[in-house]
Design a protein around this ligand. Structure first.
Ligand code: ADP
Ligand code: MG
Length: 258
């Protein structure tokens, strides 16, 4: 589905250059839920921008479904951290969710069905006629997720989408992602700085080092597929995996040549 090969990104400008990504190689198979975890500032957002064709890498390639990515690809949806800025305040919730579908040139009745189905999936069927600013932060983020699902992407990229919501909402949204992933058999690449979240959500966790950034480890998460906030997080294996990822990140910090 997705292949990232020897990705290297240097930001240049104003006489200063920042090497955000040194050399990243990994792949995501169709139907996988992969979490990318790494410390703040290690280049996670830069990586997602390169993968989604918003930013050109300095060198290296991104291939999606066999085609090189050179601009925003069709079949991909992106959910960003700053949902507040990604929804249009003057459009009602349903209209916000419908917006990207207009570009797909789908008939109106089909668009309506997709919007209703997506809002239903995130538990916001009742909020269709509200404005985003009338909703809580967690609800706004669910609207952003609904908009991504309605688009029927082959792959969904998420950049720390729950960083700004409270712990309870965050747990609910994590379970929502697992449910959507199973229900719509989507491929998801989920970026987070939170080790617990990565281990809880992912079927695989790719650990990034701090800058200059490389893939520190690519880890299979062999927890049961049926996950639950209480029982899964209480498993000895969960604690083991979390400890392992934590150690890897510590190790990466110790070996960086800053
Ligand atoms: P993360 O999402 O993991 O927190 P980012 O990808 O946002 O990390 O940033 C990685 C590094 O690249 C940081 O050192 C950041 O300061 C730098 N950076 C990000 N965007 C730009 C930019 N547009 N110009 C220059 N440097 C940038
Ligand atoms: Mg970021």
């Amino acid at each position: 589905m997705l292949e990232v090969e020897r990705l290297h990104k240097v930001y240049d400008g104003h006489g200063r250059s920042v090497e955000a990504l040194r050399d990243l190689t990994f792949r995501v198979d169709a139907g996988e839920l992969v979490c990318l975890v790494g410390p703040s500032g290690c280049g996670k957002t830069t990586l997602l921008k390169c993968v989604s064709g918003l930013l050109a890498p300095t060198s290296g390639t991104v291939t999606l479904e066999g085609r090189p990515v050179t601009g925003p690809p069709t079949g991909m949806a992106v959910v960003l951290q700053e949902y507040g800025r990604s929804l249009f305040p003057w459009l009602r919730v349903a209209a916000n969710v419908e917006l990207p579908l207009k570009e797909k040139k789908l008939p109106k009745s089909r668009r309506r069905d997709l919007v209703a189905q997506a809002l239903d999936a995130v538990g916001l069927a009742d909020a269709a006629a509200a404005y985003p600013w009338q909703l809580s932060g967690g609800m706004q983020q669910r609207v952003a997720i609904a908009r991504a699902i309605a688009y029927e992407p082959h792959i969904m990229l998420m950049d720390e989408p729950f960083a700004a919501v409270d712990a309870q909402t965050r747990a609910d949204l994590e379970d929502l992602i697992r449910r959507i992933w199973a229900e719509f058999s989507m491929t998801i690449l989920f970026v987070t700085h939170d080790i617990d979240e990565a281990v809880y959500l992912g079927r695989r966790v790719v650990v990034l080092s701090s800058s200059p950034t490389v893939v520190q480890e690519d880890l299979e998460i062999d927890l049961p597929a049926d996950r639950d906030q209480l029982t899964t997080r209480a498993l000895p294996r969960f604690t083991e995996l979390r400890g392992h990822v934590y150690e890897q990140i510590q190790k990466a910090k110790a070996t960086t040549d800053v």
